[in-house]
Design a protein around this ligand. Sequence first.
Ligand code: FAS
Ligand code: PHB
Length: 394
Amino acid sequence: MKTKNLKTQVAIIGGGPSGLLLSQILMKQNIDTIILEAQSREYVLKRIRAGVLEHGSVELLKNAGVGERIFCDGKKHDGFIISSGEDSFRIDLSTITGKSVYVYGQTEVTIDLYKAQDELNAQIFHNVENVKISQLDSDLSKIRFNYLDQTYEITCDFVAGCDGSMGISKNYIPDKIKKNYIVNYPFSWLGILSNTKPLNHELIYASHDRGFALASMRNEKLSRYYIQTSNTDKIEQWPDELFWKELIKRLPKEYSANIEVGKSIEKSITKLRSLILEPMQWQNLFLAGDAAHIMPPTGAKGLNLAFSDIFYLSEGFINYYTKGSLNKLNNYSDKALKRVWKTVEFSKWMTSILHTLGDNNKLMNKLNKKELQKIKKSKNAQKVIANQYVGLPY
Ligand code: FAS
Ligand code: PHB
């Protein structure tokens, strides 16, 4: 069958939050995009992932015309709790930084982005297969793909690799150029979603001898909880009643006393790792979001870091198409990686200090407890955490 030819300015691989937001920002500047997504829209929207939006992410989404529901349905949070055993203290984000974060699920962000893209008549191909990039070193690059048994070829100025940690775009950066920095953590997160009242109006990050726990939420009737598990644990080992029992043991009694338990409506285990890929660009290819970096959700950074990449990358494309300057695009990787390294470091630090290592690491566990006691008394330490948590300036 004859190949169908398409033309665009920026071809985007990946229809998750990174790809959708990039397309939304560029289309509002009359820059043409096409999005290629391997899954169906329903599949993308079924993913339960991030829950907290940094100040910068909220501003970026608002300026892209998709901030309305955040302010209606999202919850502004001015602080969060850190507990260690029965002891706890609050990080007062708004007093320390003058900023807040919003609790608003990634699923809702993706729904809003798809709706806005539909209103702009965005070209989004779902369930695409065999995506292949070529001619990255020419003025015009090509992307071939299959869709509904038809082969297509896109001719484009640039390719944005927004295809997540399992994507293909990173493979087009030559191995001799590419550097992968990876660490795998010796524990995982078991997360559940339940139609129950959140046990506290703010998030609780709980360090405990039995393991880490996180009490979060999506709204007043939808709670999101996580507990640290081993990397070998399977979902089948964690029936709901066992999950609740373990969660309650890890939270201070002053909070767990009010917990409302119930049936899980989603349950998943995520292995924790940090990964940074350098560089984040190669000729006409630019990587953004999980395609270039992964980190444990402890600092609520994955989605937010994807959005700061999109801020820098969209600025680069807009600068090129409105002023003919390649400056910002040429500096994209260096600029984005400065914030990536700082954010991945914060996520690693938050993860290391709050998670419990096995019995053969009693010294590390004791040092973590002492560190948390010091932070409780140190305004300076709390200032560093608060500024990172609300999000470093772009
Ligand atoms: P995504 O992975 O979201 O999207 C990439 C898209 O590309 C996918 O839809 C995929 O189908 C598509 N794709 C892949 N290969 C393709 C190909 N060859 N062709 C076309 N399309 C292709 N972050 C937080 O801040 N807090 C959290 O609590 C949190 N929890 C998480 C839990 C899990 C289980 C996971 C996996 C991640 C979590 N994250 C969390 C991080 C997560 O939110 C990511 O940062 C966010 O999804 C990044 O968005 P994208 O870069 O768009 O990548
Ligand atoms: C969530 O609500 O899913 C969430 C919140 C904060 C985190 C991680 C996950 O640090």
